[in-house]
Design a protein around this ligand. Structure first.
Ligand SMILES: *Cc1c(COP(=O)(O)O)cnc(C)c1O
Length: 241
């Protein structure tokens, strides 16, 4: 059985974990031939209570990610977001778009033209532009969110023509891998696709973000070209649902 930690103990764990992760990110960045500042770090805060999220923000976190619209909106008023951005990273249903547009600075999980059209419509209605990433199902897994690779170029083309939405890059969650070598294959493949599509210089597309890497593999992801890593349990501990 897991012993219940006090709030103070959890605070100090968060501080400690963030310091270690930050150091590892810096080392991986340098190893990959980039500057540490070129890698953005996101604290994934799903299931985490605001008090602990705020601790992470106080410790220097400048970007958080939430999976669910409802969960984020119910926590938002308690969060100290003056110097911290929030992105949506979980699957988004078309009927929830209305609630989230304007509430986060980026939606990382756009995986269909239908969804993009709804984001476009709601953004226009609110007089704003929503930045998005295209989520790619890099492992071609069934029953998994993310766009099929074969549809990527035409989908990006089509989304790029919509008003009120701006494509800033791509996001992926690779299949669960047994080894870091296996994970690296997916990350490298994704990076190559990112390079290829960036090279096409599509109108209204500013492909600058490649969001990949989580608690178990963020260093590998950076070594393979990621410039935004999304880390949850390595900061806050295992999630209790
Ligand atoms: C939960 C989640 C993460 C973080 O996962 P950890 O393994 O806890 O680091 C990253 N990205 C997405 C899309 C997630 O849903």
């Amino acid at each position: 059985m897991m012993e219940k930690l006090s709030v103070e103990e959890r605070f100090s764990n968060i501080d400690y974990n963030l310091d270690i992760i930050n150091e590892r990110i810096q080392n991986a960045a340098i190893k990959s031939g980039r500057k540490p500042e070129e890698i953005r770090f996101m604290a994934v805060t799903k299931t985490v209570e605001p008090i602990f999220i705020n601790r992470a923000i106080e410790h220097g976190v400048r970007l958080i990610g939430e999976n669910k619209v409802q969960e984020f909106l119910s926590k938002k008023e308690y969060l100290k977001l003056d110097n911290c951005e929030a992105h949506l990273i979980g699957h988004l249903q078309t009927n929830k778009v209305r609630q989230i547009v304007g509430e986060v600075s980026m939606i990382q999980s756009v995986d269909s033209v239908k969804l993009a059209k709804e984001i476009s419509k709601r953004s226009e209605q609110n007089g704003l532009t929503t930045e998005c990433l295209i989520e790619v199902n890099i492992g071609a897994e069934e029953n998994k969110t993310g766009l099929d690779l074969s549809l990527l170029t035409e989908t990006v083309h089509e989304i790029a023509t919509l008003p009120g939405i701006k494509v800033k890059g791509m996001m992926t969650v690779p299949p669960i891998c047994d080894s870091s070598e296996q994970a690296k294959k997916y990350f490298s493949k994704m990076h190559q696709i990112f390079i290829d599509i960036t090279g096409k210089k599509l109108d209204n597309v500013d492909m600058c973000i490649l969001s990949m890497g989580m608690s178990s593999d963020y260093e590998e992801a950076i070594l393979c070209g990621s410039n935004l890593v999304r880390v949850g349990s390595a900061i806050f501990g295992p999630r209790i649902y």
